[in-house]
Design a protein around this ligand. Structure first.
Ligand code: AKG
Ligand code: FE2
Length: 271
């Protein structure tokens, strides 16, 4: 039986940040209530894929080899107010800001519906920003900065058959991304993120993880908010000035939401 990832309930943001630094992820339970969950699922069902943004759907094309009923839509905040409001959910944004700086922003926001038959992803790191020899990366005196974190908002109860995210705790200390032969790190196996709809898990980009096969009959709904340190460029496809913010949604944004979308104070020599 696959091992379950320990999901510790943290007392405060400092304790959550400590978890991101020590084991590479933090659990934040009950971030979304029932009404928000159902609004978000409805919003995801209505999302329009833009091929020029490399959005993916099961049909036609199926570039990701996604399962039945699957979609993967980037910049999903731009299409619906409930997705827009995932930018700064209370309980989550405080951790993003304390890990990445009070001037952090999002580099993307992706909505997924992963249907029955969605295959296993390979174990990967989204980005390993500081490759190091393993003995240095694992030395407790070395604190590798966090540059990017992703918040996973699960909109479906997750069991072993619904395609849980798998994480190897502590693997950000490997100093490298996994190769195709790696199935564990430091004798620690991958572990399944089993939780309830409305719960959130935040993880740093250098942690080894993957999405797993959906062997159930239900689709798994997931919103990913990708936060980064301000110095990391935002990436909202289609590129070269073709992406246009949805003016109607932007007109309702709070100052913090605008900053998360890139409306920054000028800073440093590069602005
Ligand atoms: O589907 C998941 O649970 C994980 C997805 C993932 O790791 C990715 O999109 O890079
Ligand atoms: Fe990933």
């Amino acid at each position: 039986m696959p091992q379950e990832l320990p999901l510790k309930i943290h007392t405060d943001t400092k304790d959550q940040l400590n978890s991101l630094e020590e084991v590479g992820y933090a659990y934040i339970p009950r971030v979304l209530q029932t009404k928000e969950i159902s609004e978000l699922k409805k919003a995801i069902d209505k999302l329009k894929p833009f091929p020029e943004s490399n959005d993916m759907t099961r049909d036609p094309g199926d570039k990701l080899g996604l399962g039945k009923n699957s979609i993967h839509i980037k910049s999903a905040f731009n299409q619906d107010i409930s997705l827009f409001n995932c930018l700064d959910k209370p309980g989550v944004i405080e951790l993003a800001e304390s890990a990445l700086g009070q001037d952090c922003h999002i580099i993307g926001l992706t909505a997924w519906r992963t249907g029955p038959g969605r295959p296993d992803q390979n174990l990967h790191a989204d980005w390993c920003p500081v490759p190091l020899p393993e003995d240095i990366a694992s030395d407790p005196r070395v604190k590798i900065p966090i540059f990017i974190i992703t918040a996973h908002f699960y909109l479906t109860n997750i069991t072993e058959t619904s395609g849980p995210t798998k994480i190897i705790p502590g693997s950000h200390r490997a100093g490298r991304a996994p190769n195709e032969k790696d199935i564990s790190w430091n004798n620690i196996p991958e572990q399944s993120v089993i939780l309830n709809a409305g719960d959130c898990v935040m993880f740093r980009s250098d942690i080894w993880h993957r999405g797993s096969a959906n062997t159930s009959t239900e689709s798994r709904y997931l919103v990913q908010v990708h936060y980064s340190n301000r110095w990391i460029a935002q990436r909202m496809p289609p590129y070269l000035n073709q992406f246009k913010f949805n003016e109607k949604l932007l007109s309702k944004a709070t100052p913090r939401q605008r900053r998360l979308l890139g409306d920054h104070e000028i800073a440093g020599n590069y602005t």
